[in-house]
Design a protein around this ligand. Sequence first.
Ligand code: NAP
Length: 204
Amino acid sequence: MFESTSHNKIDKNDEHIMQITQDLDQISHVAIVTGGNRGIGYEICKELSMSGCRVVLTNRNEEEGKKAIASLHDHDNISYHKLDVTDLNDISGLKGWILKKYGRLDILVNNAGIYLDEGVSVFEVDEKIVQETLAANFYGAFHMCRAFVPIMKQNGYGRIVNISSGYGAMNEMGGYQAAYRISKASQNALTLIMADELRDLNIK
Ligand SMILES: NC(=O)c1ccc[n+]([C@@H]2O[C@H](COP(=O)([O-])OP(=O)(O)OC[C@H]3O[C@@H](n4cnc5c(N)ncnc54)[C@H](OP(=O)(O)O)[C@@H]3O)[C@@H](O)[C@H]2O)c1
């Protein structure tokens, strides 16, 4: 009798724990942060993780990325995945991995960025620098959104944060650092275009 009661209690507890886990699964968002190993991206990973999200910290250098995760006190809910945002194979590899591991993506933070032409005139900047900057800062976010928004659409939920800069704001546009300014202005346009197209889909 005792055994049976105790067993029932355990069953009930198990059921309860399973229910909570399922509920947590439903509310515990899955987030990708690009360029998460240092700077602003690292802080975003920390904050998202502290708020209960399951965070995927990504960057190009696996050793640096894993070191960053290890430096976070509570990192049980942070995973690592290598990602160069300029590499379409990396993006599709990450997409496959996310679908297999979580089956969803709730939050995408396009933070990865480079700033290579500080103080350089638009008439002097090497065109390769302009292309490299656009590849990381604009096309990186563009390709990440095109890869992951379909998953968000399937789940009827998504939040996307494109980390821009005052240097990309049209009302503050000035001279110098043209590669960076143009990449961030393009990213701003992308953000507004997507916001309009997704406005009825609970993806913001
Ligand atoms: N810091 C500022 O004052 C400021 C102001 C306005 C806007 N922002 C924007 O905020 C974002 C973060 O800036 P931050 O100052 O924190 O930069 P940061 O310290 O230089 O870090 C940049 C991050 O981006 C990653 N990254 C660069 N190129 C990448 C690529 N092709 N693929 C994947 N990851 C790549 C780097 O990872 P690796 O280790 O792989 O290089 C690193 O994790 C940028 O978009 C920047 O434009 C910064």
